[in-house]
Design a protein around this ligand. Structure first.
Ligand SMILES: NC(=O)c1ccc[n+]([C@@H]2O[C@H](COP(=O)([O-])OP(=O)(O)OC[C@H]3O[C@@H](n4cnc5c(N)ncnc54)[C@H](O)[C@@H]3O)[C@@H](O)[C@H]2O)c1
Length: 382
């Protein structure tokens, strides 16, 4: 079932009407402390669990604290959680909602660009475990996702860039069910290929026109709406990620390995820094951007994708994101982490999504260690 995802101009009244049928004593807010200037619709709540967000804190311990809070407040099966924050908060609160008393309702109010365009829709919830990204989780659709773009006014540019990378990913795989599926299969790569669709590449090109110097929220809002629409259509067609939804993992096989290495190494050797500083070292979207470049490199070399999108993302990286903080000596560990990715069906696999061209994703692409090493070397050579 496709859940309600809407861009709202009056968060207060939209939340009120959504929660009208709930007993107010059964409504619990889980709020990111960073949302300091949140509108009164979400700040000053009596029943609010607020947390200081770091990727390292996306843990079982934090989930337990939310469960404890729900128990203390005597929340029943008719309770509802309102998650206000970035992807860490919506993933954690969503998992607490999925598991508390075998599942209660929750509403997402994303406050980062990344959570607006990606993390808060689609029903994937969870936390990091054993040094692995989102290793424990559950599918649990929110009742609704309310997107209030003015939250972005306080978001640091780095976090805007992080969300913009997930938007680029969505643009690269843009999916429209009305278009016929392309049938041709590339021959350069191994079995189980599935080419999903050939659709208009408009979003990707409109994203490239977006002014990253000034990052105006007004012109971003329609692009956010497009990203949610595309993700919503994909999730509605394949809610449990049997195949089509894997397109949304573009960039994530390489990206997650970088993130896991960052979590394990406490910020690439910067472990003397405070955790709040460390958590800023590799935002999720930065890892995704590096992953997109690696997977576009393989798309060019293995699937015949034109070089243009690879060049476009590479120049965006050099201009705005900087290079990843790792080197050739990390390659072995990164490949080992890729083998442990939950997208693999067997431990010997490295399964990733590639594209044949913009708008034409190829899921279930099995790459060899040598191909992965070549893509990492491309990244390290930039
Ligand atoms: N469930 C999914 O489908 C899905 C999809 C993509 C990503 N994710 C997950 O999302 C997480 C990344 O999400 P994220 O990028 O939102 O990171 P995040 O939740 O860590 O937020 C980034 C930073 O922004 C701060 N912040 C939040 N809102 C703010 C605001 N309005 N103003 C100022 N600061 C604000 C946070 O405190 C944090 O420091 C990752 O853990 C990733 O695995 C999940």
């Amino acid at each position: 079932m496709q859940h309600l995802s809407m861009i709202c101009t009056d968060l207060h009244s939209d939340l009120q009407s959504l929660l009208a049928e709930y007993d107010p004593s059964q409504v619990v807010f889980v709020i990111d402390e960073a949302v300091k200037h949140a509108p009164s619709a979400v700040s000053h709540q009596k029943s609010a669990f607020s947390l200081s967000v770091t990727e390292e804190g996306k843990s079982l311990a934090t989930v337990q604290q939310i469960w404890d809070f729900l128990i203390e407040r005597r929340i029943t099966r008719r309770g509802v959680i309102v998650a206000v924050g970035g992807g860490v908060v919506t993933d954690l609160a969503g998992f607490a909602a999925a598991t508390y008393q075998r599942g209660i309702a929750y509403v997402n109010v994303p406050t980062t660009l990344l959570a607006m365009v990606d993390a808060s829709t689609g029903g994937k919830t969870g936390f990091n475990y054993g040094g692995l990204k989102n290793c424990i989780g559950a599918f649990h659709e929110p009742l609704a996702t309310l997107i209030y773009p003015p939250f972005l006014a306080t978001l640091p540019p780095r976090e805007m860039l992080s969300g913009y990378a997930e938007m680029l990913k969505t643009g690269l795989i843009e999916y429209s069910p009305s278009r016929p599926r392309a049938r041709h299969q590339p021959s350069a790569i191994s079995h189980q290929k599935s080419e999903i669709s050939k659709v208009r590449p408009a979003l990707f090109h409109r994203l490239l026109q977006y002014d990253l110097e000034t990052m105006p929220i007004d012109s971003l809002t329609p692009l956010i709406a497009d990203c949610i629409g595309i993700k919503g259509r994909i999730v509605a067609a394949d809610p449990r990620e049997r195949n089509l939804r894997k397109a949304l993992n573009l960039g994530h096989t390489f990206g997650h390995a970088l993130e896991e290495m960052a979590i394990r190494h406490h910020g690439h050797g910067l472990s003397h820094q405070k955790s709040s500083v460390r958590s800023q070292i590799l935002p999720h979207g930065y890892a995704v951007l590096y992953g997109l470049i690696a997977e576009l490199y393989l798309s060019v070399t293995l699937a015949g994708c034109p070089r243009e999108p690879l060049q476009q993302l590479t120049s965006l990286m050099l201009r705005y994101y900087g290079r990843p903080q790792c080197a050739c000596s990390d390659r072995g560990q990164l490949i080992e982490l890729m083998h442990r990715d939950k997208k693999n069906e067997r431990a010997a696999d490295i399964n990733c999504t590639l594209i044949r061209s913009v708008g034409c994703p190829l899921t279930n692409q099995h790459i060899t260690d040598a191909q992965a090493a070549e893509a990492w070397d491309y990244i390290f050579s930039l």
